[in-house]
Ligand binder design. Structure first.
Ligand code: EPZ
Length: 416
């Protein structure tokens, strides 16, 4: 069955290791296509989005192999090909190949990546930025072909600091002729990881970590060995879990420096957090304080990917909270499921008002997307009795083995 069974109501105690970052490894895998050499990517999480990306790269002619969490991508002999099938329409990260394919082949034909339940997921910012680099876009039914005789460096200002659009501009700019100045670039840690990978391969990129990136195109790129940073959203999921249940956990390898926004909220809610070189220790009592108002924002603000996990915790916090979702237009799908468990949550457009209740009750709930599904698992840990979370496959897109991790933290949880 495509489900997770949780018997909740207990505090969390134990230690679990945080996997490599989904949202860092996907652009790095795309960047490997730019390199006519062999790249080794370490700490690669075993998640379905990575398997999909492996499939796409193989379709283009890369030789991709993996040993446990180490991926080898040999992009010496690749051919331009039209990608098709579920891999392209079934996930977002295919759009990340756009910039890399333009950089390698000067052309790319892709299906419009599927939107999803959290939003329409348009790609206008990607396409408009690439047009400024000399790319022409020809729309076809449900797909498009992007072409550039010669990618040219340009001065580009993103109207919104889009993570994906930033990644595509970087991937196209590295092989462009001349310099690209990207203003209002996204500053998420995943952008930094991509830039560090490319710099290690020989790319010349300045301003890494800031909102203005300067990419000197045309450097010869060589194969690299690169370790993907730990996943801040997976670490944040377990951070908020212990806030919901109470207890004391240790998150090995947690990328603490990337978690400031969510750690600030956790401390406001009463958590005691201790960072060390090895990871993050979190101690939380059974009753947590609420946060009156929280707004999701681009990095280093509170991450939108942590909004559903936080909502699950606030469902049992003492007091009323307001969450304002400013990044995606439909990211409250978890609400109807939490209400089934006894939560008191009302939504109005992009605002949710959560009035904490004393108990949540286990029942059968349905995950509609990745982070909402993770939020339901947290609610299951907090609820009395058994919770069954359907559509485990959504969660497996981003969590290597959420049951293993929660079992390490003392939760009675199994797949079913
Ligand atoms: C990345 O998505 C992440 N995905 C998302 O994580 C994350 O939530 C998001 O960044 C924000 O941090 C990956 O890295 C694979 P955006 P992305 O472009 O690049 C609008 C998860 O759970 N927009 O910053 O798609 C868009 O509709 C996933 O791991 C346009 O309007 O995010 C959205 O409202 C979910 N036009 C907002 O910008 C565009 O051309 C943020 O999108 C592009 C985006």
């Amino acid at each position: 069955m495509d489900a997770i069974h949780i018997r909740g109501g207990n505090a969390l105690f134990g230690e679990t290791r945080i996997q490599g970052s989904k949202n860092a490894v996907l652009p790095v895998m795309a960047a490997a296509l730019l390199i006519k050499d062999i790249s080794i990517i370490e700490n690669c999480p075993r998640i379905s989005d990575v398997y999909h990306m492996q499939n796409l790269l193989t379709q283009i002619g890369c030789r991709v192999s993996r040993a446990d969490r180490t991926l080898m991508i040999d992009a010496r002999h690749v051919s331009q090909d039209k990608m098709s099938g579920e891999s392209v329409t079934g996930m977002r990260s295919s759009i990340m190949l756009l910039g890399a394919m333009l950089g390698r082949f000067g052309e790319a034909t892709l299906a419009y990546p599927g939107g999803c339940v959290i939003g329409k997921r348009p790609i206008d910012l990607h396409l408009n930025a690439l047009r400024k680099m000399g790319v022409s876009i020809k729309e076809e039914e449900g797909a498009f072909t992007a072409r550039a005789k010669q990618l040219c460096g340009a001065v580009i200002t993103l109207p919104f600091a889009s993570v994906g659009a930033t990644e595509n501009v970087i991937l196209a700019a590295v092989n462009a002729r001349g310099v690209t100045v990207l203003k209002n670039a996204a500053k998420e840690p995943e952008i930094t990881a991509l830039c560090r990978f490319l710099q290690k391969a020989g790319a010349v990129i300045e301003g890494v970590g800031g909102s203005v990136l300067i990419i000197q195109g045309g450097s010869a790129l060589h194969g690299v060995q690169f370790a993907v940073p730990a996943d801040r959203i997976v670490a944040g999921t377990y951070l908020f879990s212990v806030l919901g249940t109470g207890g004391h956990i240790f998150l090995k390898d947690a990328p603490v420096s990337q978690m400031k926004g969510m750690l600030k909220t956790a401390v406001e809610m009463g958590a005691e957090v201790t960072a060390s070189r090895e990871g993050l220790s979190v101690l939380a009592g059974p009753v947590k304080k609420t946060v009156p108002y929280i707004k999701t924002d681009v990095f280093p603000g509170f991450p939108t990917d942590m909004q559903s996990p936080l909502m699950a915790v606030l469902a049992k916090a003492s007091g009323t909270s307001i969450i304002e979702e400013t990044i995606f237009e439909n990211r409250f799908r978890i609400v109807e499921e939490l209400v089934k468990m006894g939560a008191d949550i009302k939504t109005d457009e992009n605002r949710a008002v959560i009035t904490g209740v004393t108990k949540l009750y286990g029942c059968e709930v349905t995950a509609r997307e990745l982070r909402g599904g993770a939020g339901l698992v947290i609610a299951g840990c907090m609820a009395e009795g058994e919770t069954i979370v359907r559509n485990r496959h959504f969660i497996e897109r981003g969590y290597e083995d959420i049951c293993r991790d929660y079992q390490n933290l003392g939760v009675n949880i199994v797949t079913g």
